[in-house]
Design a protein around this ligand. Structure first.
Ligand code: UDP
Length: 243
């Protein structure tokens, strides 16, 4: 029996308490969900792959002075993280139009955006994670005006780092989702994960619209070879992090 008590089970991770109240253990699952959990499946080895990709990216972000919840990775699919109070926002940054942006605005898939677009979604499964306006953000008091400003600045800084990082992997960063939390000193720190589950990643040298997809859209759209794509992303991340 585990010496840790489970405190939360999400769609992609299980969180456990540890002996230290300021540290949690995140166990990354192979389970995959899409369309607000209406589609369910598993991707072999996804837990290990996403944990390792995230761990490497969070360590690289820390080196850039971005605070993250990452402490270390005691096992391939496990990450020890700082306990934070999650701000119930999904912060999406987009460089190229895809997904819901195309569906809701009519922009053509692949349209390069003149500047990065930062969007806030209410992290609430029952409501289907709706897109928020800044007035609705204020109305719901999900974060203060100063916190929203800081989150936007952090998201844009992380985007600049990630665009360059994925570019070194010969991968084009289309869009991604971030989650932030507040630590015991009320500082905003990057939480959750950065992986092919939470980013749209296109193989830069591949022009075929189905073959270029290296992220969860392979699962969402039944494109096949999901595990291979995730493995390939991990191999490229490891190669770049070794440099
Ligand atoms: N995303 C995510 N979790 C969510 C919703 C979106 O990680 O619950 C990521 C998604 O993988 C993509 C980006 O956020 O990289 C933008 O997603 P979008 O709003 O286009 O929604 P989708 O088309 O994925 O439903």
């Amino acid at each position: 029996m585990s010496i840790y008590s489970k405190i939360y089970e999400g769609k992609a991770k299980i969180l456990y308490n540890t002996a230290d109240p300021e540290i949690l253990l995140a166990d990354f699952k192979d389970d995959a969900t899409a369309f607000n959990a209406q589609k369910r499946g598993t991707i072999d080895n996804k837990g290990v792959i996403n944990c390792q990709i995230s761990s490497h990216i969070y360590q690289a972000l820390e080196k850039q002075g971005i605070r993250t919840h990452f402490i270390d990775s005691p096992a391939p699919q496990q990450m020890r993280v700082k306990a934070v109070k999650i701000i119930p926002l999904e912060v999406v940054v987009r460089n190229i139009a895809a997904g819901s942006l195309c569906q809701q605005t009519g922009l053509e898939l692949g349209t390069i955006l003149a500047k990065p677009l930062v969007e806030f979604y209410y992290k609430n499964d029952e409501l289907g994670d709706p897109l928020l306006t800044s007035d609705r953000l204020e109305l719901l008091q999900l974060a203060t005006k100063e916190q929203v400003k800081e989150i936007i600045n952090l998201a844009l800084k992380i985007n600049e780092f990630l665009k360059d990082f994925w570019n070194k992997c010969s991968i084009t960063l289309i869009d991604f989702k971030l989650e932030f939390g507040l630590d015991t000193q009320q500082q905003i720190i990057l939480a959750d994960e950065i992986s092919p589950d939470t980013c749209r990643l296109w193989d830069t040298s591949q022009k075929d619209p189905n073959l270029r997809v290296m992220d969860k859209d392979r699962f969402r759209k039944d494109l096949g070879n999901v595990e291979n794509a995730y493995q390939e992303v991990l191999q490229r991340v490891l190669a770049v992090c070794k440099l």
